[in-house]
Design a protein around this ligand. Structure first.
Ligand code: CA
Length: 290
């Protein structure tokens, strides 16, 4: 495996130099910059595996650097470890809300930082268990759930929901708008699951980049499906800029990139022997939706 590349953003020359030589000695590739804008310029060309980011920088502060990294698709997932001052308690929280993965407090113990760097890089190599945009269970958690489902003898219903047209929508309105759609749909599905599926909270997961699913008790399935159908269809209008929606076209005069919702149902217990067949069946159930 290629050596991990760490970008250190720190304006205090002594600290920056100490960190650089320490992590180089540990076998990492290290780049140091001292200004926030330099960090952004650098990540436009090169995507590091990890950013060690000081909060207090001479130009734009660490929060702003983080915010900008998060707002670009290419850098939105790069792990960040903040360097904060001990007295800046609020810094910690605000930093973590920006999706930073960790922080260490200055004056820091280099061993502690080394462990955090190692842990963050290890975590980044594992397949994520929640979807980075919606926060719903994904990947391994979804596989576990589907596998478990195949062995359940009692009746259950899996309802799959897919958003169609999201790619073209993103071409026109950008990926930030696209992510907003994903988040909003995920949230609505969770709400409906909470409100309509009885006492036992159903599993809600992220099936793929544009698809979700819930597993509900048989008796609630019809109602949940109806609610999904109505409420998601009604919500579509809110994803477009109002003027575009009213005009029926985008700023360039093109027809609106049409978003639509597909809903499919699978009722169990199912005869599928493996995950692949179940996934295919879920896909087929969506394709048959008008
Ligand atoms: Ca500083």
């Amino acid at each position: 495996m290629a050596e991990n590349h760490i970008l250190i953003v720190e304006d205090e020359p002594n600290t920056a130099e100490m960190l650089a030589s320490y992590f180089e000695a540990q076998g990492y590739k290290v780049t140091t910059v001292s200004w926030g804008k330099d960090a952004l310029a650098f990540t436009k060309k090169t995507l590091p595996d990890l950013v060690v980011l000081d909060i207090r920088l001479p130009d734009i502060d660490g929060y702003e650097v983080c915010r900008q990294l998060r707002s670009h698709r290419r850098t939105s997932q790069v792990p960040i470890i903040f360097l904060t001052e001990r007295r800046e308690r609020i810094d910690r929280l605000a930093g973590l809300e920006l999706g930073a993965v960790d922080y260490v407090t200055k004056p820091f113990d280099i061993q502690e930082l080394r462990l955090r760097v190692r842990n963050v890089l290890r975590r980044a190599e594992l397949p994520p268990v929640t979807h980075p945009v919606t926060g719903l269970p994904s990947a391994r958690l979804v596989e576990e759930q589907l596998n478990r489902l195949m062995s359940v003898k009692a009746r259950w219903t899996l309802i799959a929901v897919a958003i169609k047209g999201l790619e073209r929508f993103a071409d026109v309105y950008g990926f930030v708008a696209r992510d907003d759609v994903l988040r909003a749909v995920a949230l609505m599905i969770q709400r409906i699951a909470d409100e309509e599926a009885g006492d036992k909270k159903p599993f809600v997961g992220q099936l793929d980049e544009v698809g979700f699913f819930l597993v509900v008790s048989h008796e609630y399935a019809k109602r949940v499906r109806e609610q999904l159908d109505t409420r998601l269809r009604e919500a579509m209008v809110f994803f477009y800029p109002r003027t575009d929606w009213e005009a029926g076209q985008d700023q360039a005069g093109e027809p609106l990139p049409r978003l639509s919702i597909q809903i499919g149902t699978i009722m169990g217990p199912v005869p599928y022997q493996d995950l692949k067949s179940l996934r295919q069946a879920i896909k087929d159930s969506l394709a048959s939706t008008v």
